[in-house]
Structure formats: C-alpha cells, structure tokens
Design a protein around this ligand. Structure first.
Ligand code: COA
Length: 373
C-alpha cells in the first residue's frame, strides 16, 4: 500500500526576537555579571564573561531572528527565560495548544475531519510533562477517536514520527495519522550561554499521513521510502529528567538545559547525513540529480550548504534546499517540516524531494517523496 503525506500545517508564534534584541539582552547580562563580580575577576577567581555579537551569529549560523511564545521575560537580562504561568489541569497545556493549531492547519490542507483520523503522534524534543501524553490531549482537543502517544527523538522526531505513522498505516493499525511537532525550544535554551543563546526558536508543525487511495488534497506526496539512523553521542545533551530531584545539589545545573559541542556536531553529522542521503537514494534506484528539492533540518546554514555540496556536488540555491532558519532559527524537529510546508506547492506531479532531519542522539532520518497531486 502506498502512503501519502496529504497535508501539512504550521503555527508560528506571534512574537519574534531579532539578533540585535537578543544580543542587547545578553550583553546587558554580561556587563551586569562582570560588574557584580569585578573584584573576584580581578583576583582571578572568576572568569569575566565575553559579549556576544550579531555579526558572529549571522556568520556562524545564518540565523537572523527567531519566533518565541514569550518575549518580554526571555529578553529581560535579569530573567532570560520565558515565563509561562502554569495552567489548571482543565485548560489545554501550551504545548498541546500550539500542536492543535498546527494540526488543524494540516487537517484543513489534507481535507480531513476528526472522524477521518485514527491516531495522533506528538513527536518533539521537549515534552511538557511526563503524563498523560500530550498526544492524548491534542487528540481530545481535536475530537479524534483512536489513540495517541508521545515520542521524542530530539531534532529527528518528525521523520521518526513519519516513519512510525507510515508503518502503522501499512500494517492496518490506523487509516490516517496526524504527526504533530510542537517545539517550545526557548524553554530548554540557556539564554546566558554565549555559544548557544541564539540557536533556537519556537514553532509547531503537523502532517497528515494516509493511504494514497484516500488522499485527495491538492498538494499530496507519495512516500517512496523512509530511513532512520541513530549513533550514540554526548555532543548534544540535555540532562533534564525526573530523577534530577534525587540529586538536589546538581538539579539546576546548566546541563539540565541544551548543551552541545557545536564544532564536533558539525564535523561528525555532515558526513553521517550526506552518506545516508546518498545511500538511501541509491537503494531506491535514484540519485541526487533526480531530486527537485531537499528540505533539510534547519540548524545551521553552513552545515546545510556543506551537506548539499556533498550530495549535489554544487552550492544549493533556495529552490534546491530552501532555508527557513534565517527567520525561524533552529526549531528542532519542526525545521525540515516548516521548509517542506512552505516550499512544496510549486512542485510538479512526479517531482522528487527529500525531507531530512538530524540532531541529538545522534539521530537522523530521511523521507523520500514524490509529488502526487
Ligand atoms: N558571539 C561572538 N563570538 C562568539 C560567540 C558569540 N555568541 N560564541 C562563540 N564565539 C566565538 C568563540 O569564542 C570562538 O572564538 P575564538 O576562535 O577566539 O576561540 C569563535 O567564536 C568560534 O566559536 P565556535 O564555537 O567554534 O563557533 P562555530 O563556528 O563552531 O559556530 C555553532 C558555533 C554552534 C553555530 C556551530 O558550531 C554549529 O551550528 N554547529 C552545529 C550544531 C548543530 O547542528 N547542532 C544540532 C542542534 S539540534
């Protein structure tokens, strides 16, 4: 049975932060810190913090701005963290809320109603709570029967979710499945860390998968194949978890937020992903020149350019490998789906494309698609 991605959805938060605003806040924090610690710094007991720069951020990453669910406190040099008041249990959680908005958009694009869908997978990097699953909350809010569960494969959650959904449909366990990627990355980002304070943004994406036979939207894609890979690495970590409270002396250390060795990630992930793309295409009897477009994970523009050069043998243009990270920053699992969502309707029937994710784990996923309608 052929499986189609028959609709995608996007919810973009209304507030955004430019690099200039972010750097102004970071540098105010640095100046306050250095002033407050000036005697200890002079004695060599504390290291002075260094300022960040807009030029570095744009050159090193290609990021120019990011959307966030809460801007004011994130930019307050005394807080540098979004403030999202806890909601009562009978209100929709914020992660489910943005997921529902993206899911509705995807259902509309796929021309599907709640009764057409049998399952909801919430696949993302950061889940708001242990249980009940956010997916079950999204399912309930949308009025969908059937089942839902959460899965976390960091930045590769969306492609892993797509393969899981496609396999479940093929196995006859569901007719149509919603894969939802709500990413509130500002919640796990250490805005006081110079190396990474600029990296992430918030967003939600969603996709509807169903058998080709029932897909009748104007913008659907046949899945030609999916491939997943994981290889353990400590170079991207977040040690937040339910056992943190059992070690109170380290429970609030900065490793309970996102940390990475960016240079190592860059060096190790580029060959892993480019080889994976090439061999997946080969196994499908295709090659890179058959691809009209690659919707790559959106973490770093230089990294994507290098992957494209290795795979295509040339510098990509916006048509071959669209960039959305300039506006959205790294939105973890949602990045490649935002690119797919925004840059697919111009494709002709029969055109081939590739959705590709990579990130912590390491984890990587490729989904090769062909435009159906
Ligand atoms: N402002 C100004 N300068 C900064 C800075 C900042 N915010 N952060 C670091 N620098 C400086 C460093 O101090 C260093 O200076 P030095 O050369 O004098 O020592 C220099 O810039 C280079 O730092 P480095 O950390 O090596 O930068 P980089 O070129 O590797 O870029 C990343 C950093 C994170 C943008 C890049 O490594 C990256 O994106 N890697 C891939 C990460 C990824 O995909 N992760 C997946 C997450 S899901």
């Amino acid at each position: 049975m052929g499986i189609a991605i028959s609709g995608t959805g996007l919810h973009t938060p209304s507030q955004s932060i430019s690099n200039a605003e972010l750097v102004e806040s970071f540098n105010a924090y640095v100046r306050n810190f250095n002033e407050q610690n000036k005697d200890a710094i002079a004695r060599g007991e504390v290291e002075a913090l260094q300022e960040s720069s807009v030029e570095f951020i744009e050159k090193a990453s290609g990021i120019k701005s990011r959307y966030v669910v809460e801007k004011e406190h994130t930019l307050d040099p005394k807080i540098m963290c979004p403030r999202l008041p806890e909601r009562p249990n009978d209100e929709l959680s914020i992660l489910a809320e943005i997921g529902v908005l993206a899911a509705r958009d995807a259902m509309k694009a796929a021309d599907k109603k709640a009764e057409d869908i049998d399952a909801v997978l919430v696949a993302c990097s950061n889940l708001q709570r242990a249980y009940p699953a956010i997916a079950i909350e999204v399912q309930n809010a949308l009025g969908i029967e059937g089942f839902g569960f959460d899965m976390n494969v960091a930045c590769s959650s969306a492609t892993f979710g797509i393969q899981a959904a496609a396999d479940m449909i093929k196995a006859g366990n569901a007719r149509s499945i919603l894969v939802v990627n709500p990413e509130i990355c500002s919640g796990h980002l250490n805005f006081r860390d110079r190396d990474s304070h600029f990296i992430f943004g918030d967003v939600a994406t969603a996709a509807v998968l169903e058998p080709e036979e029932t897909a009748h939207s104007k913008d659907s894609f046949r899945i030609l194949g999916t491939r997943l890979k994981t290889a353990f690495s400590n170079n991207i970590r977040n040690n937040f978890g339910f056992l943190n409270r059992t070690s109170p002396e380290t429970a609030n250390n900065t490793d309970k937020l996102f940390v990475q060795e960016g240079r190592k990630v860059f060096k190790e992930v580029v060959p892993l992903v480019s080889d994976m793309i090439t061999s997946h295409l080969e196994d499908l009897g295709k090659n890179a020149y058959d691809l009209k477009r690659m919707w790559l994970h959106q973490a770093n523009k230089n990294m994507n350019d290098l992957i494209s050069r290795k795979v295509l043998g040339q510098d990509p243009d916006q048509d071959q490998a669209p960039v959305i990270l300039d506006e959205y920053a790294n939105t973890s699992s949602a990045g490649s789906i935002i690119a797919f969502h925004k840059y697919k309707s111009d494709m002709a029937v029969g055109d081939l494309g590739l959705i590709c994710s990579f990130g912590a784990g390491y984890s990587a996923g490729t989904v090769v698609v062909e435009k159906l309608s």
